[in-house]
Design a protein around this ligand. Structure first.
Ligand code: SAM
Length: 233
């Protein structure tokens, strides 16, 4: 099968995205390292740095996949270098990993178990679509979506969903541009989705149009990757 993106009807996109990530779930973490030369680790660190997570926060990581961003937020909050915090408020922290693909979430849960965090109450794994999230309005302090917004069929709908939350911080890493050099069929769709994603300025405008303020973006490695951030006042 070919994942020729142009021919794919919009309504088929979600299914296609599902198939792609089911195919790559088990090798996803390795693929990430290979495709970015390990740089995705630095970009995600940067993302979490900009997020400035705090103990007790309720955070939603959409398209959270295997939990990479969530683990980093968790580690940042539990790091010994941080000022002593009330243990109780740390334990109240809730980091939701939301992904449309249960296979990706399962790999994430497995990773949590390997870290001794299988039953940790701060990490919550939820199947869900970025375009139709089930969480209550104004129920989150932060929202991140890393390397996921480009997989969403209607970007505006995903942004409108993000805006439903009472955000202290909103962060997006949209692009993994030309670094995706894979010519294998399964990755063809991913390459196309990157090519079709709006450029930084346009995406920033879309975030503003969704109602967010203080929209900013930071280009990394000359714009191959960017971190967009905004707040909901
Ligand atoms: N955020 C993770 C990371 O940076 O390692 C995973 C990124 S992965 C490239 C994209 C993820 O988006 C996949 O796990 C896929 O299942 C998920 N995804 C695709 N469409 C989605 C949607 N509409 N809603 C929620 N998740 C979606």
């Amino acid at each position: 099968t070919s994942f020729g993106f142009q021919q794919v009807k919009e309504e088929e996109k979600s299914k296609l995205v599902g198939n792609v990530f089911t195919n790559v779930a088990s090798s996803y973490d390795i693929m990430n390292d290979v495709m970015s030369g390990g740089l995705h680790r630095l970009w995600k660190e940067r993302l979490v740095g900009k997020l400035s997570p705090f103990a007790g926060m309720k955070h939603l990581d959409v398209a959270g996949g295997t939990g990479d961003v969530a683990f980093r937020i968790f580690d940042a909050l539990n790091s010994v270098n941080r000022r002593p915090l009330h243990k109780a408020s740390l334990e109240e922290t809730q980091i939701y990993v939301c992904d449309i693909n249960p296979n990706m979430l399962n790999v994430g849960k497995q990773r949590a178990a390997e870290r001794g965090l299988r039953d940790n109450k701060s990490l919550l794994w939820v199947e869900g679509d970025a375009e139709a999230l089930s969480f209550d309005d104004n129920s989150m302090d932060g929202y991140t979506i890393a390397f996921g917004i480009r997989n969403v069929t209607h970007i505006e709908k995903a942004l409108a969903q993000a805006y439903r939350y009472d955000l202290y911080s909103f962060q997006v890493i949209p692009n993994l541009g030309e670094l995706i050099a894979g010519d294998r069929e399964s990755y063809q769709y991913l390459v196309e989705s990157v090519r079709r994603f709006p450029p930084q300025e346009r995406f920033a405008s879309m975030i503003g149009e969704a109602g967010f303020e203080k929209v900013e973006y930071e280009n990394l490695v000359g714009g191959v990757v960017a971190i967009h951030s905004a707040i909901k006042l």
